[in-house]
Design a protein around this ligand. Structure first.
Ligand code: ATP
Ligand code: MG
Length: 434
């Protein structure tokens, strides 16, 4: 009986030291999104399969081949959520949110599941941070969600993400555009993979996003949707660009940015990591994708409500933060060494009491170790100060505290602090830069 288990392929255990980056990023997200007026929504990990088929679309990579779908004991087809927009829209409709508030701004954070081929920054369980704003047709709403992304990247310390921008129009000119696209791609039909052929038939715009080498020339010379969108959408897109410029958020127009799904209307955008030098993420450089989807809520059975949103890939952002801005190693302010004997209980009680009062204090719970060994442990966990607590200290009510973060060869720095004055000293010590 010695089977060794491994985690499911493509699904990671997140732990120290990366977990500190996750927590920092998540903390920044919570406070920043709140300041922008977004409240959190948490939906279940699973939904009815039909929700994703209807919203994301049958001919997309996600629904076509990436979903974790199973039949539950009640014979329902259930899928692990591959993305967050459809569940949020489902909740928005199910709880009749539109009846009670004209404007709704939500954010979500959590795991998504897609059966994908893995590489750096591409996993089968991955994490998205996303936002959805329902109720505003105005370009200011597009700009707000984009500005939110921009602020987030700056706060977590990831520069060099470039905003790519496109507009797909309101749909009224789409049939004519799709017809023109079909004609354009017809001559290369025979060199297309089966997958590309299916896209050609059912979701022609998706071809613009294809990575197939045989299609690259045709893609480069394809008619651009920006030239054929309706007047209202043109004005909307001009307004978006004007306001972004006003906010000092640079962007690149990217006519290939179609984002595949049928329900996207008007603005679509992506943030792509494009450093001057080496690219840590290779092709997994897209850290955020979003856009406007004014028809989705209605198509899922809800009221006519315009909406705009985005989703960021947190795994990719953590990789970037780890490379660009490694976390500084924290550690307890004080490590208390203990001795075998009747005072050990007092020392441990002191540690717990100080912790409960809010101080970062550690000790070695294994017992039986010499003070020198405990000091090694203190240094391993990067404690700032170290003090032994035994019979002498108990009697005198005083601790001799050693500085553990001195440069090599520096003279020893030891302070003597009475147990009565320990809190005040700890307060000062925890603020002192190390
Ligand atoms: P890609 O072109 O990289 O496959 P996508 O268009 O499938 O991206 P979206 O559905 O728009 O991605 O998801 C938004 C963001 O979520 C992506 O920009 C990316 O940062 C992240 N993401 C998507 N799939 C994965 C994955 N399998 N692993 C890690 N992050 C992912
Ligand atoms: Mg994908």
């Amino acid at each position: 009986m010695s089977t060794k288990f491994a985690g499911v392929k493509g699904m990671n255990d997140l732990r120290s030291p990366q977990i500190e980056i996750w927590q920092r990023i998540e903390g920044i997200a919570r406070s920043l999104f709140a300041r922008y007026g977004y409240s959190e929504i948490r939906t279940p990990i699973v939904e009815e399969t039909a929700l994703f088929v209807r919203s994301v679309g049958e001919v997309t990579e996600i629904v076509g081949k990436e979903m974790y779908t199973f039949t539950d004991k009640g014979d329902r087809s259930i899928s692990m959520r591959p993305e967050g927009t459809a569940p949020a829209a489902r909740a928005y409709i199910e709880h009749s949110i539109a009846n009670t508030e004209p404007l709704t701004r939500w954010f979500y954070m959590g795991p998504m599941f897609r059966y994908e081929r893995m590489k750096t920054g591409r996993y089968r369980q991955f994490y998205q941070l996303g936002a959805e704003a329902y109720g505003a047709l105005d370009p200011a709403q597009d700009v707000e969600v984009i500005a939110l992304c921009d602020a987030f990247f700056k706060q977590i310390g990831v520069p060099d993400v470039v905003l790519h921008l496109n507009s797909l129009g309101d749909g009224s000119t789409r049939p004519a555009y799709l017809e023109a696209l079909k004609q354009h791609f017809a001559p290369v039909l025979e060199v297309m993979s089966a997958e590309a052929k299916l896209a050609y038939e059912k979701n022609t715009m998706r071809l613009l996003d294809s990575k197939e080498p045989a299609l690259q020339d045709a893609i480069a010379s394809a008619p651009t949707i920006l030239d054929s969108i309706d007047e209202g959408s043109k004005k909307h897109f001009d307004d978006v660009q004007r306001m972004l410029t006003k906010l000092g958020i640079p962007f690149e127009l990217d006519r290939r940015l179609v984002r595949g799904l049928d329900y996207y209307t008007r603005t679509t955008f992506e943030f792509i990591y494009q450093p001057k030098g080496e690219n840590a993420l290779g092709t997994a450089g897209t850290v955020c994708g979003g856009g406007r989807y004014d028809r989705l809520v209605h198509e899922l059975g809800g009221p006519e409500k315009p909406a705009v949103g985005f989703a960021m890939g947190l795994d990719r952002l953590v990789l970037l933060v780890e490379k660009l801005k490694p976390v500084e190693r924290g550690g307890p302010t004080l490590f208390i060494g203990t001795f075998e004997g009747p005072e050990r209980d007092d020392a441990i009680a002191l540690v717990m009491r100080l912790r409960n009062e809010g101080f970062d204090v550690d000790f070695d719970p294994r017992g039986g170790n010499k003070l020198g060994k405990q000091k090694e442990r203190a240094s391993k966990v990067n404690a700032a100060w170290f003090a032994g607590y035994g019979g002498d200290e108990h009697k005198s009510g005083k601790l001799k505290i050693d500085n553990m973060r001195l440069p090599k060869d520096a003279p020893r720095e030891q302070v003597e602090i009475s147990l009565d004055g320990l809190r005040a000293w700890l307060n000062a010590a925890s603020k002192r830069p190390s």
